[in-house]
Every structure is written in structure tokens, then in C-alpha cells.
Design a protein around this ligand. Structure first.
Ligand SMILES: [Zn+2]
Length: 487
């Protein structure tokens, strides 16, 4: 199925709805191919052994034999076949063993405990390990909904439905008629087969809507799941360049010193206090990352997002300054108002443990440092009543917001995408149905953030150096070129 573009999604309230869901609403509820597959694996074993054309021919001879011996079943699920009476089962399984060599269904004895099935197919001289290996290889072959063998199994299930007249095909359904007449004769490499395969998937999926007993499927996956260990799949990212980033930090720190020294006479101006304060905050965060070699860590992403906030705040305040020179003071008051709200709540409503890193008395002292808190209002909204995304737009950084910022915000807000990427691993064992599992041993490291740290500091320094002297051209010469070539 082609993947729809974002533009093709329709916004309904705060949700972008895919075209598929928009048209079908909640009606679509397909059981997955993986839940139907276990019941058809016996066909898969035959097709896997003899190939697409010969395998399907053998399957045809089996249903022909069943019909000739009046042992028709409602469908070809193994659970349905096992409901035949004992004599018929003996007859049928003997026929299969004659038609196909060497007790072909042996590995299914791992999951089928029917007495006659086991008598007929169980091979004494085979080990459980071999059986598990064979079953696993088959499941891997069939697991994907696009698998060729899987498609053959689905074709034959549908074909049998038509063969026993449970599926009526209208004479005007030429595509379906062509599938039933041609599919089993052509190799999968024939171009027309792509169309046939998608037709078969669509046709067979309609059977999945019928209510069916899922007991066998559940017990199949439980049983095979317990037979082998998880094979957790890791993404192996190169380590961030620790030495390069330590050098980078030293250069950044040097530029901060230069800025402070060059603007000593401005030290009491609100604008300089705010910009140098924000910059220092970003530099201290960078130090945390570089000192502790956090480049491949989750925290470096969360920290990077905060540094992007620093960049946005500086650039946005410069923008506001054109209309209001007092904005530097307002920005400080807004932030202190946030602290006031916290310590007031803490003092009036709660008892904060003295070991907590939150110390209301310190917040109170900071808020009252310059003036009386009684004169300070608390703004409960965004600074300047403007959302974060709007601010990024206003400063010409919508792309940064839409991509890196929104991505890293998933990490700071613990959205599932971030959890799934960093802390939950995919199991590659098909017998485990490719489940996901906690990275409890901390094996997965994240892709290094070092390129983006350099990128954001270049942006910050560009903005700051547009306002104050002190940042050297050497910094830009060294890092702007290097970061572009590393791209
Ligand atoms: Zn597993």
C-alpha cells in the first residue's frame, strides 16, 4: 500500500487522520496475517519443500483426495482438519506421507498434540533442536504479509473455499477468475504476479473478518515463543568524538570569556545580563555533555532541546526589543514569577522534604533579591502570550522547530516514540512474533548528537555577535566550515 503524504491527511480537531481511517472509520478491524498463519503452516511446509508450482500442485492433490474420499472440511485450517474422525485422519495423513517424502509435517509435532497426527508425522530420530530450527526457518519465510510462501498459503486457502463452493465467484469478477486460473501456473518472478499477489491478500483478508477460534493460534505462539531465546536487535551507532567535542567546549568557553570581558561596561544592562546569562546557561549544559561524554545518551537530546530554547529565547527577545526596549526586564520578571508561583505553592500547600533538590527558601530569596514580591504578578501563560512554535516561526526557524526541536521534545516529554527508539528493543526471533522488549541491560546507545551541538552553538554565537562584540571570527572560521563538510 502506498504511504500517504502529510498533505493527504485531514486535520480533525487536533488529530491528523490518514485517508484510510477517514474513509473506513472504526469499521476496519482485520486480524493480522500472523494470527492466521499458524493454522496454515502445514501447507507452508509442503510449498516450502517443493516450491511454488510443484508445492501448490501437491496441495491440490490433497484437496482432490479429500473430496474423492468425502472428507471435505469447511476450510484448510489444521485445527479444522484435526476435527475429522480418526479413520479419515489416518487415511489423509497416510496419503500426505505418500505424496510428500519423509513425514513432511514432522516439525509441527512441536505444537500439535493430536495423537494420530503425531503417530503419522513424528520422526523418532529427529532432535527437538532440529525441529525448532525447521519451524523457525519456515515462520521466518512466511511471517511478512508480503512473503511469497505466505501468499501461496493464502491463495490455496481461498482456492479451497472456491473448490468446495463456499466462495462464489461472479462471472464478472474477471480479476479473481484470472487469479484462480493463472496464479499456480506462473513463477513469482512473472510481472503479473505482483498484481495477483495483492489480489490474493485482499481476498484472503476478507476471511479474517469471520469470527474464528483463536485458541490454536494463541497456544502456537505461546509454545514456539518458549522454545528459544530473544534475539534483541540493536542499532550500532558510532561513538561521538569525545576529543573533538572537548576541544569544541574549550573554544566555546573561550568565546564566552571573551564576550564577558569585552562588554564589562555593559554588565548592569538588562539586555546584556539576559543574553550573557542565557548563553552561559547553554555553555554550562554543553560542559555537562562534554565532561561526561554524553554524546550518545538520551540526556544529550534533552539538553540539546533546552539549548535550542536558549537560542530561540535570545533571538525572539531581540525581535521584540524593536517594539519594546523593556523586554529584557519583562523576560526576567516572567521567569521569576514562575519561581514565585512554585515556592508559594510549596510553602502554602505542601511540605517539601529537606533532602529534595527543590528548596523554596532559595527560590524566595532569588525572587525578592531586587524588589518586593508583592509587586510581582505571576503570568500563567507563555512569555509574551506566544506559543513556542509561533516564536520559532517568528525568528525564521520553523524547520528547526519541526524537525530537531520537536524530535528532542519527544525525549524530554517521554513520548512513546522516544521510549521506543531508546529504551525498547525489537526481538528478531520470528518465533517470538518480532515483539519488543525493554532494553533492561542498557545495550542500545543513541546516535551521537555532536554535529547538532556544534550547529546550534554556531547559530547562538551568530545571533549574539550581531548584538555584542567579543566573539572571534576564528570560531566561525573553524566550526562553520567543518560542520558543513561533516554534513
Ligand atoms: Zn523475543
Amino acid at each position: 500500500m502506498r504511504k500517504s503524504t502529510l498533505k493527504e491527511h485531514q486535520q480533525i480537531k487536533k488529530t491528523l487522520v490518514t485517508p484510510f481511517n477517514k474513509h473506513l472509520g472504526q469499521l476496519a478491524s482485520f486480524k493480522s496475517w500472523q494470527s492466521r498463519m499458524p493454522n496454515l503452516l502445514w501447507l507452508g511446509l509442503i510449498i516450502n519443500k517443493y516450491g511454488h508450482i510443484d508445492g501448490l500442485a501437491k496441495c491440490y492433490r490433497i484437496i482432490e483426495f479429500m473430496k474423492n474420499n468425502n472428507m471435505e472440511t469447511d476450510n484448510l485450517n489444521i485445527t479444522t482438519i484435526l476435527l475429522l474422525d480418526d479413520n479419515n485422519k489416518i487415511l489423509l495423513f497416510d496419503y500426505i506421507n505418500n505424496l510428500c517424502e519423509d513425514k513432511i509435517l514432522d516439525c509441527l509435532c512441536l505444537v500439535i498434540d493430536d495423537k494420530i497426527f503425531r503417530q503419522k508425522f513424528y520422526k523418532i530420530n529427529k532432535t527437538s533442536e532440529t525441529r525448532i530450527k525447521e519451524l523457525k526457518e519456515l515462520v521466518i519465510e512466511c511471517y511478512s504479509k508480503f512473503s511469497y510462501i505466505g501468499c501461496d498459503m493464502r491463495f490455496f486457502f481461498s482456492y479451497h473455499q472456491a473448490y468446495i463452493d463456499k466462495l462464489k465467484i461472479m462471472s464478472n469478477c474477471s480479476d479473481t477468475i484470472a487469479i484462480f486460473n493463472e496464479y499456480y501456473k506462473l513463477e513469482h518472478s512473472e510481472p503479473i504476479m505482483g498484481m495477483y499477489r495483492s489480489g490474493i491478500r485482499a481476498m484472503e483478508i476478507s476471511f479474517s473478518m469471520l469470527s474464528e477460534n483463536l485458541e490454536y493460534q494463541t497456544s502456537f505462539w505461546n509454545t514456539v515463543g518458549n522454545m528459544s531465546e530473544c534475539e534483541l536487535y540493536l542499532l550500532d551507532y558510532p561513538k561521538g568524538d569525545e576529543k573533538k567535542m572537548k576541544d569544541f567546549y574549550e573554544d566555546v568557553e573561550k568565546e564566552l570569556h571573551n564576550l564577558i570581558a569585552d562588554n564589562f561596561e555593559k554588565k548592569n544592562e538588562d539586555k546584556f545580563i539576559v543574553i550573557s546569562g542565557l548563553l552561559t546557561y547553554a555553555v554550562k549544559l554543553l560542559k555537562d555533555v562534554c565532561d561526561n561524554n554524553l554524546h550518545n545518551s538520551i540526556s544529550s537530546r534533552i539538553i540539546l532541546r533546552t539549548i535550542m530554547d536558549v537560542y530561540m529565547n535570545i533571538k525572539y527577545l531581540i525581535l521584540l526589543e524593536k517594539d519594546s526596549s523593556n523586554v529584557w526586564r519583562e523576560y526576567q520578571d516572567y521567569g521569576l514569577g514562575k519561581f514565585k508561583l512554585i515556592y508559594k505553592k510549596a510553602q502554602e500547600n505542601y511540605k517539601i522534604n529537606e533532602n529534595s533538590h527543590l528548596t523554596p527558601e532559595i527560590l524566595e530569596a532569588i525572587v525578592n533579591d531586587n524588589f518586593d514580591e508583592e509587586t510581582m504578578d505571576i503570568d500563567l501563560g507563555y512569555f509574551d502570550k506566544t506559543s513556542i512554535i509561533k516564536k520559532f516561526e517568528e525568528i525564521g526557524e520553523k524547520e528547526l522547530y519541526d524537525t530537531l526541536y520537536d524530535y528532542d521534545i519527544s525525549y524530554s516529554h517521554a513520548h512513546w516514540g522516544a521510549i521506543r527508539e531508546s529504551s525498547v528493543l525489537k526481538c528478531d526471533n520470528a518465533l517470538h512474533q518480532l515483539h519488543i522488549s525493554s532494553d533492561e541491560s542498557n545495550q542500545q546507545s543513541s546516535k551521537s548528537t555532536d554535529y547538532d551541538y556544534i550547529m546550534i552553538f554556531i547559530k547562538i554565537f551568530r545571533v549574539v555577535s550581531g548584538q555584542f562584540n567579543g566573539i572571534s571570527n576564528d570560531f566561525f572560521d573553524k566550526y562553520e566550515v567543518r560542520n558543513e563538510t561533516n554534513n
